[in-house]
Write a protein that binds this ligand. Structure first.
Ligand code: SD4
Length: 325
């Protein structure tokens, strides 16, 4: 190979394509830039109480894993939030069933699906991750495990949720509501002072879903995925659409290939838009964070935003959308 050509190739290699048989990943360059990571917490929707809790913990030196768990627990406890944790809307038969997952910087993951009567499913998911050889526990087994771990049973159906469900029973129209009152499933990503990333996602799923239905939120790769070398992504909206495109995994892999978080979120939403003829009937939204602390978000319908806590400041950040409404 001529010297000039070789130099040309080397330059491309250093820009992140390849050297010899090895692959140089773009993020490795950024990591060598001597950046001091600034802790950051982001979450789907305007859940600023949750990102504030997590962000302040991170500033005090907490790990991303502890911060993300405590952060989403704020919404699991919020009785006014009828799509997460305690007070979540029931399925069409009146059961409140919760889905949640958590991922650690080392790639470990835990998840619970169709969990009843436990107010903090994210903490049960963490126990699955840390105390069992498994990733996911479902239904009765997940409940038994939670009780063994010391979690207390509780009736999660509030009087308000029961009333709304009984009103729904009168017409039984199953229609996903786009941007339910602007608060919804919480998916959170945190980066701590070491630059390590963790994530969590927790929900009661779609209101009045079929008994037994599980959505994207507890599915590693769908509602949440991260790779501590690259970044992370979380999704919210119509879980069926997110699962069919394995949206969060897709975003992380696109970032690994060099796309910005924004470009990666846009591509993931477009996969759904291109494949689902009825995409106008539901919302799908993603928010992503890369290792350099860059954030991206995109959704089908206007109205989605993400909460952020960074350098002592809390904000709500409206997301660009594919449709104007
Ligand atoms: C689900 N993705 O169970 C969740 C619900 C949600 O906006 O995020 N709704 O499908």
């Amino acid at each position: 190979m001529k010297r000039r050509k070789f130099i040309g190739r080397s330059a491309i290699s250093l820009a992140g394509i390849s050297i010899g048989s090895g692959l140089i990943k773009p993020h490795l360059f950024a990591m060598t830039k001597n950046i001091t990571p600034k802790p950051i917490a982001i979450a789907t929707w305007n859940f600023q109480n949750a990102t504030k809790m997590a962000g302040k913990m991170l500033e005090d030196g907490a790990s991303a894993l502890d911060a993300v768990e405590q952060g989403v627990m704020v919404e699991e406890s919020n009785l006014k939030n009828t799509t997460v944790g305690d007070g979540g809307a029931p399925d069409r038969d009146g059961n409140v069933t919760l889905d949640a997952c958590i991922m650690a910087p080392n790639g470990n993951a835990g998840s619970v699906v169709y969990l009843k009567e436990i107010a903090h499913p994210v903490s049960v998911a963490r126990k699955v991750m840390e105390e069992t050889p498994h990733v996911m526990l479902a239904g009765e087994g997940a409940l038994q495990f939670a009780i063994q771990q010391g979690f207390k049973r509780k009736n999660l159906l509030t009087a308000e949720s029961e009333k709304a469900w009984k009103e729904w029973l009168e017409h039984k129209k199953y229609q996903p509501i786009i941007n339910i009152e602007n608060h919804d499933t919480i998916g959170m990503l945190c980066m701590d002072k070491n630059g390590d990333i963790a994530g969590a996602c927790t929900t009661s799923g779609l209101s009045y879903k079929m008994n037994g239905r599980v959505g994207d939120s507890p599915i590693i790769g769908s509602g949440l995925f991260l790779d501590n070398e690259v970044g992370g992504a979380v999704g919210t909206g119509m879980g069926e659409a997110i699962m069919k495109s394995v949206g969060s995994f897709l975003i992380v892999e696109l970032m690994r290939q060099g796309k910005s978080p924004q470009e990666a979120c846009e591509e993931a939403v477009m996969r759904t838009v291109r494949k689902a003829p009825n995409y106008k009937d539901f919302q799908v939204a993603y928010v992503a964070l890369n290792k350099q602390g860059e954030i991206g978000s995109y959704c089908i319908h206007k109205g989605f935003s993400y909460a952020k806590f960074h350098e002592g400041e809390s904000s709500d950040n409206p997301s660009p959308s594919y449709l104007d409404s």
